[in-house]
Design a protein around this ligand. Sequence first.
Ligand code: PHE
Length: 457
Amino acid sequence: MNPSSLPPSVHRPLFHSQIGAIFAAVGSAVGLGNIWRFPYEAGQNGGGAFLLIYLVLVFVLGVSVMLAEFFIGRKTHQDAVTAMQTLAGKRSAWIIPGYMGVYCALLINGFYFVVAGWTLEYLYQSASGAFGSNRTSEELGAAFSLFCSNPLRPVFWMLVFIGMTHGIINFGVQRGIERVSKIAMPLLFLILLILGVRSLTLPNGMQGLRFLFTPDFSQVTGGTFLCAMSQAFFSLSLGMGCMVTYSSYFEKSTSLVKSAIWITLLDTLVAVLAGIVIFPAVFSFGIAPTQGPDLVFITLPSVFQQMPFGSLWASLFFALLVIAALTSTISLHEVFTVYLQDRFRFSRATSTGLTSFACVVLGVFSSLSLGMLSSFTLGGMTFFDQLDFLSSKILMPMGALIFCVFVGWKIPPKTLQAELTSDGIYNFRIFPFFHFLLRYVVPLAILMIFFGGFLRN
Ligand code: PHE
């Protein structure tokens, strides 16, 4: 394939600068996955042991899959579906992972916006001083379940979140996504640092760190590896075309290898920092760390309540979650929006509107599935849980696998190397090693972890 064979849709906006591109991609990667999900997954899977497995998987599988996606996106400058078609040919079955990706984005939106809405409610409650009163953790737990199962309030906050995302996406790639990411990311790191210092200076904070960093391998099973792998892909926004889409806005002068390493490092840093914020605080107040998804919404508020200036810390923490979630929902929304724009030639406004509409429909059902519609389950899972399970445990690992096999086996190594080095502007000395990883190690590892996890679960 040579660039002149690309269709006219390549004349699309690009991120202004390399730093803007990295901020946008880090914004996508850093999200509820890092701050809401990583700490409770670590808590449930043996703390330090999970962290260790996670780190290995992120840097071996994560970086490789990200580079494969970057190749597909920047080479074609197209949405995930059209990009696969351009590289593989019109009638090729390789277009399937493209479709899996854009629809997976929609499924993730279906539950992600719900949790993002909760963060707004909790920010509102913190700022209005609700965590100043002395409620017990049972009372806080009951308040959280009552809130989630309420048919109106979470739906209202979810709609607000979809509205904010819609507004930003409507502004386009440079004036919307890039501009917001450049403000949001530095702010997020600042808040995280302030909270980290606060948490570490609490009495008994060290016990929390010990929990996070001392590996307990007795709790490791095949399921732990699957959890760590799906968490790695989810956290880095991989396996569903999000990084294909964002890299389609990268300039030729953007170094793909450097960007992939920076994004992975920063994303992992935020997950670890979130653990450093949460576990010392939790241990300091003598609360059990092995909570599930409600760690952040029940355990932490009870911690904040007992701290001096609790409302302030609670507000900062939930503001952090809102910012993290927003830069991720933007990217999830963009994947489907630009797919509609490229494939069907809809205008930006129409594509944005259609995507938001789909998010509202899925989001309303998944929010209600935690209350009014909770008796409608499939395989013991609510609609909310099904969306989560299907996207992160099945579609993302499979998508990641197929992207790797495609780039590793179908793309001539010279073409791949040329794109990854921007036609020789940048060095990539370990390319042969990377190519070997992409062809053999990563696909085999994904398959083994995938089947191992399900068989032994
Ligand atoms: N990476 C985001 C997070 O950790 C979630 C996400 C997944 C965003 C897939 C985009 C694509 O919260």
